[in-house]
Design a protein around this ligand. Structure first.
Ligand SMILES: Nc1ncnc2c1ncn2[C@@H]1O[C@H](COP(=O)(O)OP(=O)(O)OP(=O)(O)O)[C@@H](O)[C@H]1O
Length: 628
C-alpha cells in the first residue's frame, strides 16, 4: 500500500491548530495522556486474551517503555498493548472527534474564554502531544493481526498512513520535539522521570525508562540498564484484608508527609452505578497550616490510578480539611479540572461517601478508646465544630462527636452530650452552657447556683463556640440554654419564689440607686437568683450580643459596634449588698461601691475593664477606709 494522505476532521483540525500554538504552561500533561493510553491498551489486550489466549502468548510481560534521544530531540513511548489497525488509526487519531474534543470545541465556541484555560479544563488526550512535538509517528500492530502501520502527522491539516512491516504487537509513539526551550526539557531524563513519577506512579503496569547510552573513557558507547519508574503499589486498590496495619501506617506517612501515626483510617471500595476507592486518614495532630486561609484539603484525586490533583477541595467540606488520603475514581474522565469537579454528580456522590466514612471512623474511635478520642478532640475538635456553622448537613453525627469541659469534668476528662443528658439530675430540663474566657470561666459567679443545685454546666472557651452555638439549639429533645442570658428558670420551691418576690421589693431602692450611677454601662439592675458566694454578676439580655461575641467582633476589627448594655444582678444574701441596701434606705451616698462592684463583675467573667484606673482608684479608697 502506498502512503495515504488523509484530512483531519474539521473539529480535530481546529483543535490541533490550538495545540500547536498553545501557550498553556502545563504542557507536561501530554505524557500523562500517552502513558494512560498505553495502560488502557494493555488493559484491553489482557482482557481480550481471557477469551482468546493466542492474543497474549504465555510469558509476555505487559509493559510501557520510555526512551529519549537528546541530540535528536526525540521522545519515544512504547507499549505492547492491544495496538491499532488501519481503521482504528483513522477513527481514533484523525477523523472522529473524541468526547473530550467535542466538549473542548463546543466550549471554545460558546465562551470567549482563553484557549489556555480550556486545555487545562478538558485536556485533549492524544492530541496534546502537539503542544510539544512538531511531528509525531505512531508505529502499531494490532493483536491478532499481521499487518502493521505507520501513522504520521505534523498536526497541521492532514495525516499519513502507510503499511509497515512489524512483528511485535503494540504501539510505539515517537515525538519529534519542537525546537523551543520547553520541548528541550522533554528529551531530558530527569524531567521525564519526574513527570512519570508524579502522574503515573501508581499505574499497574511497569513503566521502564531506558537511559541513553553514553561514551566511556575509551570513547565506546556504553549501554545503561533500564530503570523502573513506578514501583509504588496503589494500596487503596487492594482489599482491606490484604493490607497490614504497618502498610496502612507507612502509606499515611508517604502521602501526608507526617512522621507520626494516624489516629484512624477508613478504606473502602464502592461498586455499583459508580466505582471508586477511597482510603482516608484522620491525623492525630493538627496539620501545621490548618488555621491558614489557604490550608490544604488533604485528599488526592486519582482517576484509574492516574494522579489528577492534590488538595481536591470538592471531595470534603472545609470542616474536614484535616483529613488526608486518596480517592480513585473509575468513572471520571482523565481530563477533569477543578472547574468541572464543582458540579459533578460523580464527585458529589464520592464526597457523600467519604464524609460518612470519616464521621464513622471518628465515632468508632470515640466508642472504642475514650482517652485517644479526647486527645484527638483537643487537637482537632475545633475544626470539626466549624461543621455547625453555616451548615445543616450531618448535624446529628456531629453532635455525637462533640466533647466539652464542664463544671463536673476533671483533669483530661471531657463530657459528650450523650453522657451529659444521661447524668442530668431529676428536675433539670435543659442543657446548660456558658461561653467565656478560658482562664476565668471556671470561677464565673454565674455558675454558683447551678453548682449548688448539682446541675452540670458545659464550659466553652474556643473562639468558634459562640458561632457554633448559634446553630446548635437542641440535642434530642433537650434545648441548650446559655446561663449568661436572660433569667434562670430553675424549678423553684414555693418558699424560694416567695423570698424572691420579697427581695425584689426590699432591694428596689438599692437597684434604682445603682442604676443611676451605672446607667452609662448598665441596662438594668436586678436581684439575682443565680448567685451564692459572689456579690454580683453581669448577664446578657435574651436579645443582645453576648460579651464573648462582642470581644471577638472587636478583635476581628469590627468598629462601630452598637454599645450593648448588660444587666447587673446583685446577690441579696451577700453582706456587701446587705450593707448597700441599708445605705440606700438611709439615703446615704453609695460612694465608690457601684464602680467597684461593676469592675468586679467584669473581671470575674474575664472581660477587660473599660477604665482600669478608675476601678483601681475606687478599690484603693475602699480598702483604705477598711484599715482606718
Ligand atoms: N497506545 C495506544 N494503543 C492503542 N490504542 C491507542 C493508544 N493510544 C491511543 N489509542 C486509541 O486512540 C484513542 C484516542 O485517544 P485519546 O487519548 O485521544 O482519547 P481517549 O483516551 O479515548 O480519551 P481520554 O483521553 O479523554 O481519556 C483511544 O481511545 C484509543 O482507542
Amino acid at each position: 500500500m502506498a502512503t495515504e494522505k488523509m484530512e483531519f476532521q474539521t473539529e480535530v483540525r481546529d483543535m490541533l491548530n490550538l495545540m500547536i500554538n498553545s501557550l498553556y504552561s502545563n504542557k507536561e500533561i501530554f505524557l500523562r495522556e500517552l502513558v494512560s493510553n498505553a495502560a488502557d491498551a494493555l488493559d484491553k489486550r489482557r482482557f481480550l486474551s481471557l477469551s482468546n489466549s493466542s492474543l497474549l502468548p504465555v510469558g509476555t510481560q505487559l509493559r510501557i517503555d520510555i526512551s529519549v534521544n537528546k541530540e535528536g530531540k526525540r521522545l519515544i513511548v512504547e507499549d505492547n498493548g492491544i495496538g491499532m489497525n488501519k481503521e482504528d488509526l483513522i477513527n481514533c487519531l484523525g477523523t472522529i472527534a473524541r468526547s473530550g474534543t467535542k466538549n473542548f470545541i463546543k466550549n471554545l465556541k460558546d465562551a470567549d474564554k482563553s484557549s489556555v484555560d480550556l486545555i487545562g479544563q478538558f485536556g485533549v488526550g492524544f492530541y496534546s502531544v502537539f503542544m510539544v512535538a512538531k511531528k509525531v509517528e505512531v508505529l502499531t500492530l494490532k493483536a491478532g493481526e499481521t499487518q502493521g502501520y505507520l501513522w504520521s502527522s505534523e498536526g497541521t491539516g492532514d495525516f499519513e498512513i502507510s503499511e509497515a512491516p512489524l512483528d511485535k504487537v503494540g504501539t510505539k509513539i515517537t515525538l519529534y520535539l519542537k525546537d523551543d526551550e520547553d520541548a528541550d526539557d522533554f528529551a531530558s531524563e530527569w524531567k521525564i522521570k519526574d513527570i512519570v513519577q508524579k502522574y503515573s506512579g501508581f499505574v499497574s503496569y511497569g513503566i521502564y525508562f531506558h537511559p541513553e547510552a553514553t561514551k566511556n573513557d575509551k570513547g565506546e558507547l556504553e549501554e545503561k540498564p533500564e530503570e523502573r519508574l513506578n514501583d509504588k503499589t496503589a494500596l487503596w486498590r487492594q482489599s482491606e484484608k490484604e493490607v497490614t496495619e504497618e502498610q496502612y501506617k507507612d502509606f499515611y506517612n508517604v502521602i501526608s508527609h507526617e512522621a507520626d501515626e494516624p489516629a484512624a483510617w477508613s478504606h473502602s471500595h464502592a461498586e455499583g452505578s459508580q466505582e471508586f476507592w477511597s482510603l482516608v486518614y484522620i491525623p492525630s495532630k493538627a496539620p501545621f497550616n490548618i488555621w491558614h486561609n489557604d490550608a490544604l484539603h488533604g485528599l488526592k484525586l486519582y482517576v484509574k490510578k492516574v494522579f489528577i490533583m492534590d488538595d481536591c477541595k470538592d471531595l470534603l467540606p472545609p470542616w474536614l480539611r484535616f483529613v488526608r488520603g486518596v480517592v480513585d475514581s473509575e468513572d471520571l474522565p482523565l481530563n477533569v479540572s477543578r472547574e468541572i469537579l464543582q458540579n459533578n454528580k460523580i464527585i458529589t456522590n464520592i464526597r457523600k461517601h467519604v464524609i460518612k466514612k470519616v464521621l464513622d471512623a471518628l465515632q468508632n474511635m470515640a466508642d472504642k478508646d475514650v482517652a485517644k478520642y479526647n486527645a484527638w478532640w483537643r487537637e482537632l475538635g475545633m475544626v470539626l465544630k466549624e461543621g455547625f456553622y453555616m451548615n445543616w448537613e450531618h448535624l446529628d453525627e456531629l453532635k455525637k462527636l462533640l466533647r466539652f469541659e464542664s463544671t463536673k469534668t476533671e483533669g483530661d476528662a471531657l463530657v459528650s452530650l450523650d453522657e451529659y443528658v444521661k447524668r442530668m439530675p431529676e428536675g433539670q430540663k435543659e442543657i446548660y452552657y456558658l461561653v467565656g474566657d478560658k482562664n476565668a470561666i471556671k470561677s464565673n459567679p454565674m455558675l454558683e447556683a447551678f453548682k449548688a443545685k448539682g446541675y452540670e454546666v458545659l464550659l466553652m472557651s474556643d473562639g468558634i463556640d459562640e458561632f457554633m452555638m448559634s446553630s446548635l439549639t437542641e440535642f434530642g429533645d433537650k434545648k441548650f440554654h446559655d446561663i449568661s442570658r436572660g433569667d434562670v428558670d430553675f424549678e423553684k420551691t414555693e418558699e424560694e419564689k416567695k423570698a424572691e418576690e420579697e427581695n425584689k421589693g426590699i432591694f428596689k431602692g438599692l437597684c434604682e440607686n445603682l442604676q443611676k450611677v451605672l446607667d452609662e454601662n448598665i441596662k438594668e439592675v436586678r436581684v439575682s437568683s443565680r448567685l451564692k458566694d459572689s456579690p454580683c454578676c453581669l448577664v446578657t439580655s435574651e436579645d443582645a450580643m453576648s460579651a464573648q461575641m462582642e470581644r471577638m467582633m472587636k478583635a476581628m476589627g469590627q468598629k462601630n459596634l452598637p454599645k450593648s448594655k448588660r444587666i447587673l444582678e446583685i446577690n441579696p444574701t451577700h453582706p456587701i449588698c446587705e450593707m448597700l441596701k441599708k445605705k440606700a434606705e438611709a439615703n446615704e451616698d453609695l460612694g465608690d461601691w457601684p464602680k467597684a462592684l461593676y469592675g468586679q463583675a467584669l473581671l470575674a467573667e474575664g472581660s477587660p475593664l473599660p477604665n482600669p484606673a478608675e476601678y483601681v482608684a475606687a478599690i484603693t479608697k475602699l480598702l483604705t477606709a477598711s484599715v482606718k
